[in-house]
Design a protein around this ligand. Structure first.
Ligand SMILES: [Ca+2]
Ligand SMILES: [Ca+2]
Ligand SMILES: [Ca+2]
Length: 158
């Protein structure tokens, strides 16, 4: 039912979507388990983006952005790598004999919707406390300009 609710919410947004920037939407943030990810990437800004496909249509529609808190190279075989490091999730890239390990923050700093799944994020929320989705997240930006920035946030994007 949760997936259906998400799908309905995304569909509602798409149906309501005008060509110009629309008002501030109220999309429900979720905190999907990392195991449900469909991809991840270490970006040039040093943050690690994890992608999810909440409506299961094969295309990413939701992303969480995490700090990388530790990186290291190890020659340990893949099967001996930890899934977690002191409770924080671990990602890795295999470079032949070595693995580059990325330990990321347990909870995301940003949550981002890509409602039309075009690769450009449409709505970003910031969670300065990094304590998961619990209502203290704040609107951060609409990189695609799909949504208009609430007056109380304009000029205060940091
Ligand atoms: Ca999708
Ligand atoms: Ca988009
Ligand atoms: Ca939070």
């Amino acid at each position: 039912m949760k997936h259906l609710a998400t799908k309905v919410a995304l569909l509602a947004v798409l149906l309501l979507l005008p060509n110009l920037g629309m008002g501030f939407p109220n999309l429900p943030l979720v905190d999907p388990p990392l195991k449900n990810k469909i991809g991840w990437n270490l970006e040039s800004n040093g943050l690690l983006y994890v992608s999810f496909d909440l409506d299961h249509n094969g295309r990413a529609d939701y992303h969480t952005v995490h700090f990388v808190i530790k990186t290291y190279l190890t020659g340990e075989p893949l099967k001996q790598l930890p899934g977690f490091y002191k409770g924080s999730p671990v990602f890795y890239v295999n470079y032949g004999p070595a693995n580059k390990i990325y330990v990321i923050s347990k909870k995301a700093l940003f949550y981002a919707f890509d409602v039309n799944e075009d690769g450009t994020w449409d709505l970003m929320y910031k969670d300065v406390n990094e304590d998961g989705v619990n209502g203290n997240e704040t609107f951060y930006d609409s990189p695609s300009n799909m949504f208009s920035v609430p007056a109380q946030y304009s000029g205060n994007l940091n």
